[in-house]
Design a protein. Structure first.
Length: 234
């Protein structure tokens, strides 16, 4: 179901181990006729929206693995969420499970405004596979842990290097522009695990983040700022 898929995506994004425990959670927001399922860490954020019948609006935070695990066990066509006595009660058919919740107000949800201008892009998994392997593993060289996404007149090109080797890959020819972004390879790999090569996304920037979106789906990653190694000198 769409709900299970959204919960599984949230689990993929939420860190399994973190010094900030609440980041291991999925953030659920019920508002108007929409259920938003969000997760992230301090570098990336994912938001997915699902149509829902809402009786009481509000937000709740639950451990992402618990949420997806409970949903996998349900076999009914309709899933109901209720908050009772500090727990999220998930029910469907004859099954009912209760999951402990955390304070939603403490969740560090990334503010993600929609970019004013976007270009289409597809083939993210393939592009990531051909470039992410060549980034540096050295924490002291954060710029080289990134993939340089270059939007030019001929479309998208991705470049990565650890200063010893270079990987360069051509991307979507429709992704034309005059700008480049340094996106951490780890963030790009997270996005690549959520989408298919054939899926067409819209990509833009909010200034400090690069945003990929499609209908009811939004993924944002903080971008690095600073000089990138001129690959012609490597």
């Amino acid at each position: 179901t769409e709900l299970l898929a959204a919960a599984q995506n949230a689990e993929r994004i939420a860190p399994r181990v973190s010094t900030i425990e609440i980041l291991q959670c999925a953030y659920l927001q019920a508002e108007q006729d929409t259920l938003t399922v969000a997760s992230g860490n301090l570098e990336i954020a994912l938001e997915q929206q699902l149509p829902a019948q809402i009786e009481n609006e509000g937000s709740v935070v639950v451990k992402a693995p618990l949420l997806s695990g409970m949903l996998r066990l349900l076999d009914g066509e309709r899933v109901t969420f209720q908050v009772k006595s500090g727990k999220l009660v998930v029910s469907s058919g004859n099954a009912e499970y209760a999951i402990p919740v955390m304070d939603a107000e403490q969740y560090p949800r990334m503010d993600i405004p929609c970019p004013a201008a976007t270009v289409p892009v597809s083939g993210i998994p393939s592009l990531t596979k051909r470039t992410a392997f060549a980034v540096s593993e050295e924490a002291a060289r954060p710029m080289l842990k990134c993939v340089n996404l270059i939007f030019g007149a001929d479309g998208l090109q991705a470049v990565s290097t650890d200063s010893f080797r270079i990987a360069s890959a051509k991307g979507d020819r429709e992704s034309r522009g005059n700008i480049s972004f340094l996106v951490p390879a780890a963030s790009l790999e997270k996005l690549a695990a959520l989408v298919e090569n054939r899926e067409k996304l819209q990509v833009g920037t909010t200034g400090k983040a690069i945003v990929f979106r499609k209908e009811n789906f939004l993924f944002a990653a903080r971008i690095m700022e600073g000089p990138y190694l001129a690959v012609s000198q490597v």
